[in-house]
Write a protein that binds this ligand. Structure first.
Ligand code: SF4
Length: 307
């Protein structure tokens, strides 16, 4: 197993009986919206999705943008990009700024109705003459088409900005409804690489609406408090992969040991099928276990989830 991934975590999981506030990051809110079941598996049962590879080039761009805007933060001067777009604002100077931008720290707010500590690490914050904070997010890509926020999958970017706006408002600041994406697009139309990447930089405004967040946090709390697996997402590539790999492994294992090995598709069903099918799968496993006199655990470690 990769040193970067623990398939079954046992610490920092949600317990319905705990009175300690529970940390919920902006990305976990997004995970819940995408699929409550995956969220529950991750935060309550300790089985999270494997992480992707780090986007090193994107991180490098973020780091350089931060350095660049920090120069203007120190001088309280307008960045040329903002001048180009006619935006009267300067980078916000605040003693917490570095912490607010740091992963695993970020802006933190204790949401008392749910006892969640909601966190989110912002890329940047600017301030306008009306003393409103402006949330800023850096994005980098490389494509021939003009960058926009119009693709359906970019809803996650918009929610991300809305969570940051909500966190700052809850922390007592006046926040502009309009945030900005500093979107940099790597050029592939040049004659050669010559040891450097060049980018077109675009400032894209977005009018945020954080009205969905309170309701979502309460739904997340209900989800985590329940002793039943929530429904899976409707269209999920991860689920399709898990189902297909379970089926293939089941077929292969069945062949190699004469069809008597534990049914991996049944195990997969325990984790993923709707509750009724999962109960049936559990029954099949129990029968197999009894027949073989086996004491091995086959997913019964969470009986209340299926009971
Ligand atoms: S549908 Fe299944 S794999 Fe996909 S996100 Fe939900 S629980 Fe995870």
């Amino acid at each position: 197993m990769s040193q970067y991934y623990t398939a079954r975590k046992t610490t920092r999981l949600y317990s319905p009986h705990s009175r300690t506030p529970f940390a919920v990051s902006r990305s976990k809110i997004d995970l819940f919206i995408e699929c409550p079941r995956c969220f529950y598996m991750d935060r309550r049962l300790g089985v999270g999705r494997p992480p992707g590879f780090p986007f090193s080039l994107n991180s490098a761009v973020d780091t350089l943008l931060k350095k660049e805007f920090d120069i203007h933060r120190a001088a309280q001067s307008q960045h040329p990009l903002l001048a180009t777009y006619g935006l009267d604002a300067v980078p916000f100077a605040h003693v917490m700024m570095d912490e607010w931008r740091e992963n695993f720290k970020g802006i933190r707010y204790h949401h008392e109705p749910t006892q969640f500590i909601v966190t989110g690490a912002v890329d940047d914050i600017w301030i306008n003459p009306a003393k409103e904070l402006i949330v800023v997010d850096y994005k980098s890509t490389a494509k021939e088409a003009e960058v926009t926020l119009d693709a359906p999958w970019q809803i996650g970017y918009k929610r991300q900005m809305e969570v940051y706006q909500w966190l700052l408002r809850r922390s007592g600041f006046t926040v502009s409804a309009t945030g900005y994406f500093v979107y940099v697009n790597g050029r592939t139309d040049l004659a050669a690489f010559d040891g450097k990447l060049e980018f077109r930089v675009k400032l894209i405004p977005y009018m945020g609406d954080d009205g969905w967040i309170e309701k979502t946090l309460k739904e997340m709390k209900v989800c985590l408090d329940a002793d039943a697996l929530p429904s899976p997402g409707d269209e999920c590539d991860y689920c399709a992969y898990r189902k297909a790999s379970g089926e293939v492994l089941s077929e292969m294992t069945g062949r190699s040991v004469g069809g008597e090995s534990p049914s991996l598709s049944a195990l997969s069903a325990l984790a993923h099928a709707p509750a009724k099918a999962a109960r049936a799968a559990k029954g099949t496993l129990a029968k197999k276990s009894a027949k073989k006199g086996s004491t091995e655990k086959t997913g019964d470690a969470q009986p209340s989830l299926f009971g």
